[in-house]
Design a protein around this ligand. Structure first.
Ligand code: PLP
Length: 374
């Protein structure tokens, strides 16, 4: 019999020593669905972490975007500018609400929304911009905020890849009228599945709370003035989240150390473009460590297979949203050319960088990269 040796995974979460304890307590107390005390406590702790007044915990990061957009009143006839180089959730949330996603290219060095390109995409229908921080480097929120404020356009901050990250010492998640997080298992803070919507606007927070919970009536619970949906986070998930908050600083430090170590081991490789180690606003948090292969003849799909054969799980980068078949069929993004997003997609690979990656495995990955790429 042959044993299949386990791949070095792209990411695996580390769970807090207090996770079992808090989740067990939740089970013993018997309140396991939404609206429980751990949900409230998780929301309060999260407000402190990102310096926001109000937090509404939801079922995942994709739904957090839906709730945020819906609370802002975005719907049919509206346009929302989204990054081309990000997860489908940003466009899917816009489309779900009947609005039109408009794709903006990314910067070729930090892979974030190119703020200079945003003005050219604004029309009289533009209601909001979703700015999603990418892989551990943040979008220029100050400049983007100024641009949008002067035009009365909402800024939504998708901080799903930016837990424990700051810009000039201001926490990511505190920018824009509303911000969102994901707590999926590969994110820096996890609840298994989960998400959060944050704002400083009480009225908006109230709307999000209502939307999350089917818009139950205020005076008579079963009389609905608005349509909401069930976007609730369970008390069990929130209990896990509270435990994870206790170790998030350590996880962030480990992620940063992994990034630094890769930078050191791979810096002399001329056929690779490494991620920026810092931008003026902050050091890279290295939620993901992705490299670009500069050799035009390399096929990254084939290259991924070679890593797998050597026991290493790698992953390709986001397929640009303006090239998504499903969105093209709806009439979005056709014939658009966003060269930076396309360039990065064609050349990029994410290396294993989970918080539990040990130095021995990291060195093995780096050696394999040098062997396969240079
Ligand atoms: C992960 C992620 C999401 C989606 O979060 P889920 O919890 O998986 O739904 C949204 N936006 C960005 C930028 C993400 O990285």
């Amino acid at each position: 019999m042959t044993t299949v040796s386990e791949l070095i995974p792209i990411s695996r979460p580390i769970l807090s020593p207090n996770a079992k304890n808090l989740v067990s307590r939740c089970i013993e107390e018997g309140w396991i669905s939404g609206d429980g005390k751990y949900v409230k406590a998780f929301e309060e702790s999260y407000c402190k972490l990102v310096n926001r007044k109000f937090a509404v915990a939801v079922s995942n990061g994709s739904n957090a975007l839906v709730v945020a957009l819906k609370a802002l009143g975005i719907g049919p006839g509206d346009e929302v500018i989204v990054p081309a180089f990000t997860i489908i959730s940003c466009a899917a949330a816009v489309v779900q609400l009947g609005a039109v996603p408009v794709f903006c290219d990314c910067d070729v060095r930090d892979w974030n929304l190119k703020v200079d390109d945003v003005s050219g995409l604004i029309t009289e229908r533009t209601r909001a911009v979703i700015a999603a921080h990418t892989y551990g480097l943040s979008v220029e929120m100050e400049r983007l905020g100024e641009l949008l404020d002067s035009r009365g356009i909402y800024l939504i901050e998708d901080a799903a890849e930016a837990h424990c990250l700051s810009r000039f010492d201001r926490p990511c998640g505190s920018f824009g009228i509303i911000s969102t997080f994901s707590f999926y298992a590969n994110k820096l803070i996890t609840t298994g599945e989960g998400g959060m919507v944050l704002t400083d606007d009480e009225h908006l927070a109230q709307k999000c709370r209502s939307l999350r919970n089917l818009c139950f009536g205020e005076s008579d619970r079963f009389v609905h003035e608005e349509l909401g949906w069930n976007f609730r986070m369970s008390n069990l998930q929130a209990a896990l989240g509270l435990a994870q908050l206790e170790i998030c600083t350590d996880i962030a430090a480990r992620k940063r150390a992994i990034g630094e170590q890769y930078q050191t081991l791979l810096s002399h490789c001329r056929s690779l473009q490494l991620p920026l180690d810092c931008i003026p606003a902050a050091k890279n948090g290295y939620w993901v460590f992705a490299v670009l292969c500069l050799d035009d003849t390399v096929n990254v799909e084939e290259l991924s297979g070679k890593f797998r054969d050597r026991g290493i799980e790698v992953r390709r980068l986001f397929h640009p949203l303006h090239r998504q078949p499903v969105l093209n069929r709806m009439g979005y993004g056709n014939d658009q050319s966003l060269p930076n997003s396309e360039y990065i997609r064609a050349r990029g690979l994410c290396l294993p960088a989970g918080p539990d990656l040990c130095n021995r495995d990291l060195e093995h990955v780096a050696r394999t990269v040098l062997e396969l790429v240079s």
